[in-house]
Design a protein around this ligand. Structure first.
Ligand code: CO8
Length: 372
């Protein structure tokens, strides 16, 4: 059975933080910390905090700004955490709300009514609660049928869920399956950490996966998908339900995202490019068959190297589009935002690659072809 991506949707939060604003806030925090600990620093008992820099951020990552759910408190030196009030159980949860916005866009683009959806998967790097599943809340809010469940594969959440959705449709359990990926990353970002404070932004995406025979014109046939994982501690977040059983460690920085960025960079570039080349070979495709690569949006230098290893030459911006400069790293949503924004100019028969990579490590590669 042939499976297709019928449509996508994107929720972009209304507020944006530029590198200049982010660095000004972080450096004000550093000045205050160093002044407060001047005696210990002077005595050599405590290292001073070092300032962050706009030049470093743009050169090292390619990020110029990011959209966020809540800007003021994230930048407020007194707080440096977004202010997101808890909602009563009777109100739709935030992750379900942003998922529904993205999902409605995808349904409208496909001309599909919500009650024609038979499965909803909510997949993202941080879920706001264990249960009831956000996916079931989205299913209910949309008026979709069938079943829903949540999953988490960090930055590969969307692509792994797309493979699940395609398998559900291929197995005859659904004709239309919806994947939502609400990445509210700033809730788990340490704005007081120089190494990571600039990396992440918030966004939500939705992808509608269907039997190709019912998909609308201009959909994208899935030629194949390949998911691979390899254990690594280099990107880690120790937040979880057992934290309350060891309360002395509950608010430590390891309960937010931490990473060894340089190690990740060095290990993930060859891992991802080899998986893409293997995937192409398995489907008897050549790198030159790819008109476009919608790569995970973590680091523009990483993407340049991966594209170069795959194509055997440097890729143009058109061949490997970037949204990272505007959105920052939106975890699982990055490659889908690129696919959402940069695909309309391609022609029927054109082939492309959606590829995510991140914590786990995890890599999700999906080869697609534009249908007539
Ligand atoms: N400002 C100024 N200087 C800085 C800063 C800063 N903010 N940060 C570090 N430096 C300094 C360092 O101290 C170092 O100085 P020195 O040379 O004197 O020691 C120098 O700059 C170089 O530091 P690095 O080697 O760390 O710099 P890199 O060039 O490696 O760039 C990056 C750092 C940008 C982090 C880069 O390594 C990178 O992007 N790596 C890949 C990371 C990646 O792909 N991660 C995937 C994460 S996505 C995922 O799966 C997580 C999902 C969960 C998301 C939700 C959570 C919120």
């Amino acid at each position: 059975m042939t499976i297709a991506i019928s449509a996508t949707g994107l929720y972009t939060p209304p507020e944006k933080i530029t590198n200049a604003e982010l660095v000004a806030s972080y450096n004000a925090y550093v000045d205050r910390y160093n002044a407060e600990h001047a005696a210990e620093i002077e005595a050599g008992a405590l290292p001073p905090l070092l300032p962050s820099s706009e030049e470093f951020i743009e050169k090292a990552s390619g990020i110029k700004s990011r959209y966020v759910l809540e800007k003021q408190s994230s930048l407020d030196v007194e707080r440096m955490v977004p202010d997101i009030p808890e909602r009563p159980n009777e109100q739709i949860s935030l992750q379900a709300e942003v998922s529904v916005i993205a999902a409605k866009q995808a349904l409208q683009a496909a001309g599909r009514a919500a009650n024609e959806i038979d499965a909803v998967i909510c997949s993202c790097s941080s879920l706001q609660r264990p249960y009831p599943a956000i996916a079931i809340e989205v299913q209910n809010a949309l008026g979709a049928g069938g079943f829903g469940y949540d999953m988490n594969v960090a930055c590969s959440s969307a692509t792994f869920a797309m493979q699940n959705a395609a398998d559900i449709v291929r197995g005859g359990h659904a004709a239309s399956a919806l994947v939502v990926n609400p990445e509210l990353t700033t809730g788990h970002l340490n704005f007081r950490d120089r190494e990571t404070h600039f990396i992440f932004g918030d966004a939500a995406v939705a992808v509608l996966i269907e039997r190709a025979d019912i998909a609308p014109p201009g959909s994208w046939v899935i030629l194949g998908s390949k998911c691979q994982t390899k254990f690594s501690n280099n990107i880690r977040n120790n937040f979880g339900f057992l934290n309350r059983c060891a309360p002395e460690w509950r608010d430590m920085p390891d309960k937010l995202i931490t990473q060894q960025g340089r190690k990740v960079f060095k290990e993930v570039v060859p891992l991802v490019s080899d998986i893409i080349l293997d995937h192409l070979a398995e489907l008897e495709l050549k790198p030159s068959d790819l008109k476009r690569m919608w790569l995970h949006q973590a680091n523009s230098n990483m993407n340049r190297l991966i594209a170069e290893r795959v194509l055997g030459r440097e890729a143009t911006q058109e061949e490997s589009p970037t949204v990272l400069d505007e959105y920052g790293n939106t975890a699982g949503a990055g490659s889908i935002i690129a696919f959402h924004k940069y695909r309309d100019d391609l022609q029927p028969g054109d082939k492309g690659l959606i590829c995510s990579f991140g914590a786990g490590y995890s890599v999700g590669s999906i080869l697609v072809q534009k249908a007539a």
